[in-house]
Ligand binder design. Structure first.
Ligand code: PMP
Length: 361
C-alpha cells in the first residue's frame, strides 16, 4: 500500500512504525545469533538479558517501587479476571467491584465465580456516561480487594481519580490506558493489562503486583495461575510469550526515546482534546460521555444520521483512516488513539470528519 494509513483499531492496535522497522531489520538475525528472537531459548543468556532489560525499562517508565513484582504472562486480561479473584480471595472471600461498562461486567461475572462480590459503585443509572465519584462508593472494609476498570475501551469512559478504599488493595484492569499518563503505582495492589493496545502484540499480559498480595490465593488455584509461582520464577515458570516480551521491550525503549510517560501524556491529552473539540463543535457528531470522564485513548462518537455510517467508514478507509467502526455492541464510530497513534493521524481524521460533515449535512 502506497498511501500512509492510520489504524484506529481498539486492539490489537497500531504499533510505532519505528519499532516495526527495527524488528523487521533484526527479525532473521537477532543479536548476531543467526536466528530470530522467536527461535532462542527463554533460558539463554541473550534472551534473559533482553527480558530483564525490558522489565527494567517498564519499571523506569512507570516508576514502579521495589516492593512490586512485574510479571510477563499469557492469557490476556480475560485470564486476569479469574486470576485476580483466585489469587486474592483467600482472606475474607469478599470483593468489591465498580461497574462501569462491558469490561467491568466481565470482570464482575468472573470474580463472582470465586467469592462474594458486591457492587461498590455503578454507572448503569447514568447510562455509563460518568464514573461513580468517591462519595458515591459503598465500600466493604473487609473486602480482599476493590476492582475497577481504569478505562472502558468500548464505552470510552475513563476514571479521573483513584478511589480511596483505605487498606483494601485496589485491583485494576488497565488494559487500555496503561502507559498513557503518569500514575502512582504505590496506590495499587494489582495492575493488569493485555499488551495489545499500548504495549505490544496480543498474547502478552503484564501484571504489576505488590509483594504482600501473593500469599492469599484460594487453595485450588492451579500452579500456572498462581502469581507467586510466576514471581518466584521471574515469569519463566513455563515458556513465556517470548516474542511479545521482546516486542514490548522495544516499545518501552521507544517510549523512553519519546521522553517517557510524562511526555507522551502531553501528546495524548492534546490529541484527545482536539478530537473531542471537533466533535463538540459540530452538530453532526456527538459523544455522550461526561467531560471529566472522557477517555484519552478511545473516543466513541455517533453521526446524527446513522444511515451515513457505511459511507463514512468507506470514505474514511479510502483516505487511509482504518478501523473506525464502533464496537458491535454499541454501533457508531470509535477512534482509538493510543500512544502509537501519531498526532498527524488525529489531525487527518479531524479534517476528514469536517469534510464529510460539509458534504452530507
Ligand atoms: N479489559 C479491557 C479494558 C479491554 O479493553 C479488553 C480487550 N479489549 C479486555 C479486558 C480483554 O482483553 P483480552 O482480549 O486480552 O483478554
Amino acid at each position: 500500500m502506497n498511501q500512509q494509513v492510520f489504524n484506529f483499531c481498539a486492539g490489537p492496535a497500531t504499533l510505532p512504525q519505528e519499532v516495526l522497522k527495527a524488528v523487521q531489520q533484526e527479525l532473521r538475525d537477532w543479536q548476531n545469533l543467526g536466528v530470530s528472537v522467536m527461535e532462542v531459548s527463554h533460558r539463554s543468556k541473550p534472551y534473559e538479558a533482553m527480558a530483564a532489560e525490558a522489565e527494567q525499562d517498564l519499571r523506569d517508565l512507570m516508576h514502579i517501587p521495589d516492593n512490586y513484582k512485574v510479571l510477563f504472562l499469557q492469557g490476556g486480561a480475560t485470564a486476569q479476571f479469574a486470576m485476580t479473584a483466585m489469587n486474592l480471595l483467600g482472606k475474607s472471600g469478599q470483593a468489591d467491584y465498580i461497574q462501569t461498562g462491558i469490561w467491568a461486567t466481565k470482570a464482575i461475572k468472573e470474580g463472582s465465580r470465586y467469592g462474594e462480590v458486591s457492587i461498590a459503585g455503578d454507572c448503569t443509572e447514568n447510562g455509563f456516561s460518568r464514573v461513580p465519584q468517591q462519595s458515591e462508593l459503598t465500600l466493604n472494609p473487609n473486602a480482599d480487594y476493590l476492582h475497577y476498570t481504569t478505562n472502558e475501551t468500548i464505552g470510552g469512559l475513563e476514571f479521573n481519580y483513584i478511589p480511596d478504599a483505605g487498606d483494601v488493595p485496589l485491583v485494576v484492569d488497565m488494559s487500555s490506558n496503561i502507559l498513557s499518563r503518569p500514575i502512582d503505582v504505590s496506590r495499587f495492589g494489582v495492575i493488569y493489562a493485555g499488551a495489545q493496545k499500548n504495549i505490544g502484540p496480543a498474547g502478552l499480559t503484564i501484571v504489576i503486583i505488590r509483594d504482600d498480595l501473593m500469599e492469599q490465593f484460594l487453595p485450588f488455584t492451579p500452579t500456572v495461575w498462581q502469581y507467586k509461582n510466576h514471581a518466584d520464577n521471574d515469569s519463566m515458570l513455563n515458556t513465556p510469550p517470548t516474542f511479545g516480551w521482546y516486542l514490548a521491550g522495544q516499545v518501552f525503549k521507544w517510549l523512553k526515546r519519546q521522553g517517557g510517560i510524562e511526555a507522551i501524556a502531553e501528546i495524548n491529552q492534546r490529541k484527545a482534546q482536539k478530537l473531542y473539540a471537533a466533535i463538540d463543535q459540530s452538530e453532526f457528531y456527538s459523544n455522550p460521555i461526561d467531560l471529566m470522564n472522557r477517555s484519552w485513548m478511545n473516543v466513541p462518537f455517533v453521526l446524527a444520521d446513522e444511515s451515513l455510517n457505511a459511507a463514512f467508514l468507506e470514505q474514511a478507509e479510502a483516505r487511509g483512516l482504518l478501523n473506525l467502526k464502533g464496537h458491535r455492541s454499541v454501533g457508531g464510530m470509535r477512534a482509538s488513539i493510543y500512544n502509537a497513534m501519531p498526532e498527524a493521524g488525529v489531525d487527518t481524521l479531524i479534517a476528514f470528519m469536517a469534510e464529510f460533515e460539509q458534504k452530507n449535512w
